[in-house]
Design a protein around this ligand. Structure first.
Ligand code: SF4
Length: 274
């Protein structure tokens, strides 16, 4: 990549700043951490690694970075692409080989989307690997738009109000997952990836289509954003300002014991008396 224009520099700065903010806000990386950066070969994870390598240089704390890619044995997977890129960066890396492709093909009926099982198998393998290499954090490339999409998917199809947290401990407590790009939007990441000319490996080598419902939600959000710029950011901000007493979850807020406070001064009467 040659010299960056002013707008390209701004883009790079914005991604770095927002990542730094998310890392600090959620205490994602601490002194002495070994951060395993999961690389899929897509724009998001390349951007994540690029920004974290910069953060590592400028942060007041010391932490190490190990890049990990999983070769799931999809037909046509270009296995030389990531090692060549990672070698050129001089970053420590591992390629974990596991044929989850065959498992998925065997278990998922023809014509059904395989991404959900495929991702679960990948996640499980990466959890185990992180444990093996003593990684204290596992960084994933999900960004703000992924988080908001997941929020709506859960609302529309599962009847739950939940998204993808910027930081998460696995159920067995052995891994902490972090999403340092949580404050970054996909458009910026796409532009940065194009700018850096990352050697993208498509995730549909297996022939599966991206989850159709996710695509529908993505289109819905893009349409909203087109008509009302800033709406996605506003939705994301709402995830950071949750008010359980204004929702209807009886486990989060004790509605049952709400009673009149006999000692309270009647506010409206006071206002009228002013
Ligand atoms: S597109 Fe293929 S490789 Fe990518 S997540 Fe879906 S099933 Fe897995």
């Amino acid at each position: 990549m040659g010299t960056l224009s002013v707008s390209q520099l701004k883009l790079q700065k914005r991604l770095r700043r927002l990542t730094g903010e998310a890392v600090a806000d959620f205490n994602m990386i601490e002194d002495g951490d070994k951060v395993m950066v999961c690389l899929s070969g897509g724009k998001d994870s390349y951007t994540l690694l690029d920004v974290l390598l910069h953060l590592q240089k400028v942060a007041p704390i010391q932490f190490s970075i190990v890049a990990v890619n999983m070769d799931q044995k999809q037909p046509g997977f270009p296995e030389e692409v990531l090692p060549a890129y990672l070698k050129s960066l001089g970053v420590e890396y591992h390629i974990v080989e596991k044929d989850t492709y065959s498992v998925v093909k065997e278990l998922v009926p023809e014509g059904k989307t395989t991404c959900s099982l495929c991702s679960r198998l990948r996640r499980g393998t990466l959890y185990t690997f992180a444990d093996e290499i003593g990684a204290t954090k596992m960084a994933l490339g999900h960004h703000r738009d992924d988080i908001v999409e997941t929020f709506f998917l859960n609302m529309f199809f599962n009847g739950t109000l939940k998204a993808m947290p910027p930081k998460l401990r696995s159920d067995d407590g052995r891994n902490v997952v972090i999403r340092p790009l949580a404050y970054c939007n996909e458009k910026d990441i796409q532009a940065y990836s194009d700018l850096q000319q990352f050697p993208i490996i498509p995730c549909n080598l297996c022939g599966s289509q991206e989850n159709l419902q996710r695509q529908v939600v993505k289109d819905m959000l893009q349409e909203w954003e087109r008509k009302n710029p800033g709406r996605t950011e506003s939705i994301f901000r709402s995830l950071q300002h949750v008010n359980p007493s204004q929702l209807a979850d009886r486990n989060l807020f004790d509605f049952a014991s709400l009673k009149i406070d006999e000692t309270a001064t009647p506010r409206f009467v006071n206002l009228l008396n002013l």
